[in-house]
Design a protein around this ligand. Structure first.
Ligand code: PHE
Length: 447
């Protein structure tokens, strides 16, 4: 059977950018910036994106496009059938875990979009909105229904296929998403008192930086660029051999970074304009922002725009996570696409339901000081993604032949600019990325 592929360069690019830009940019990045002291965290984050994450991104891209197979088969075939295939399997299982809890937050954005459509935030006190959020997430049926709806939407897009499902959806939604988030940022900057927020984002105070915040920045960069997950690898396996891996990877990293910064600019100035503490943690987007929206002129409309953006960003990412396992089941286990989607829907639904209930009826189950949801989030973004990324760079830098990597990166030697920078890239992949990942991971443990 002929493999489905992305139909165009733009399509491949927006699909990858769609995977990268997600809740990580709009929900996670702003609150992590808040928790880790603002601009200094951002400076470190940018450095890590280009020095460590871009080489990892390119490594995943190389493996996917070289093999043109699912992640399991890619590791298996490129390593001549060795035990590396279990790393491939690892990068297929991890996104399923993340997808399960990601859909819970996706569900919250569905709920908040519905709330914003009825203008429920206007005139409410901050306390009332916090109570509304806590009341919702700790309840049983509402979040479950929202989570089910979000997972169903994800599955329906993926069932349709690469070109007509994932690519088409991303092509329409990504430009829209960009316009929405940019408009909110511009609006936010015009609010009186917005300056403090801008300062907070762009004037670094390095004294606030700790080993833990550097580790958090790396974890966030992995999460935001969808690394260590088999997703970039799987999407890359649908990219034409004519495309330039360097350009596509850099374009994705830059758009992801831009989205994070624009999202920060949409949120922080508004938060400061209303005198709110930016260190609200994970509740920032759902507890704090609705209050801010409720206070600002035309806030009702801005809230609708924001929650549509959040939902769209989450969907273009969740589809990329699901595709990893779908590709595996279809190609290795001979499932039909529909059958694979149905089985994975059920698995993710069950794990997601447990995560959703872990805020309410199951909140007594605590692992490592948090509920099941917190545990899975920190396990995957701090440990599993790190491992996945580390394995991938070691695979490309130490297991694959240098000539093969060169060949894939330069399209058989035809891309002269890529050929020129190959030496630097090879050094980053072989030495800097793995060592930095290990060093930062260890320092994060002890900080
Ligand atoms: N990058 C996505 C985000 O920022 C999350 C994601 C992680 C998507 C891993 C795919 C794989 O929200």
């Amino acid at each position: 059977m002929k493999r489905d592929n992305f139909g165009s360069r733009f399509g491949a690019l927006v699909a990858m950018a769609g995977s990268a830009v997600g809740l990580g940019n709009l929900w996670r990045f702003p609150y992590l910036v808040g928790e880790n002291g603002g601009a200094a965290f951002i400076v470190v984050y940018i450095g890590l994106v280009f020095l460590i994450c871009l080489p990892i991104f390119i490594s995943e891209f190389l493996v996917g496009r070289r093999s043109q197979k699912n992640a399991f088969a890619a590791f298996r075939d490129l390593s001549g059938g060795s035990a590396w295939r279990w790393v491939g399997l690892f990068t297929i299982i991890v996104p399923m875990i993340v997808l399960s809890y990601y859909c819970v937050i996706g569900g919250w954005s569905v709920e908040y979009l519905l709330n914003s459509l009825t203008f429920s935030f206007g005139g409410e006190s901050q306390g009332a909105l916090s109570t509304m959020f806590t009341g919702f997430v700790t309840s049983t049926w509402g979040p479950l229904a929202a989570h089910t709806g979000f997972l169903l939407a994800t599955t329906m897009i993926v069932v349709v296929g690469i070109k007509d499902g994932i690519e088409k959806f991303s092509k329409i939604m990504m430009p829209l998403l960009f316009v929405m988030v940019l408009s909110i940022a511009v609006y936010s900057l015009t609010l009186p008192g917005a300056k403090e927020g801008v300062k907070y984002l762009f004037y670094p105070d390095f004294s606030k930086l700790t080993g833990k915040s550097v580790a958090a920045a790396l974890g966030q960069a992995f999460f935001s660029l969808s690394l260590g997950f088999g997703t970039i690898m799987t999407y890359a396996s649908y990219v034409s051999k004519k495309e330039n891996i360097m350009l596509q990877s850099a374009a994705t990293a830059v758009s992801d970074l831009m989205f994070a910064l624009i999202a920060g600019t949409a949120i922080m100035p508004a938060v400061f304009a209303f005198g709110i503490n930016p260190q609200a943690g994970p509740g920032l987007v759902f507890e704090t922002l609705p209050f801010v929206f409720g206070q600002m002129p035309a806030g009702g409309l801005i809230a609708i725009l924001f929650f549509i953006a959040l939902l769209v960003a989450a969907l273009t990412s969740s589809i990329s996570m699901l595709e990893v396992a779908v590709a595996y089941l279809v190609e290795e286990k001979k499932f039909s696409r529909l059958g694979a989607c149905a089985v994975l829907f059920v698995i993710c639904w069950v794990i997601g339901a447990v995560c959703s209930l872990s805020f309410g009826p199951l909140s007594h189950i605590q692992i490592g000081g948090g509920n099941i949801f917190d545990f899975l989030d920190s396990l995957s973004s701090n440990v599993l993604m790190t491992l996945g990324s580390l394995f991938t760079v070691i695979f490309v830098g130490w297991r694959l032949k240098k000539t093969d990597v060169y060949d894939e990166f330069t399209n058989g030697g035809t891309l002269s600019r890529n050929a020129k920078i190959f030496g630097v890239l090879w050094f980053l992949i072989r030495y800097i990325a793995p060592l930095a990942i290990i060093a930062i991971f260890i320092s994060g443990l002890f900080a």
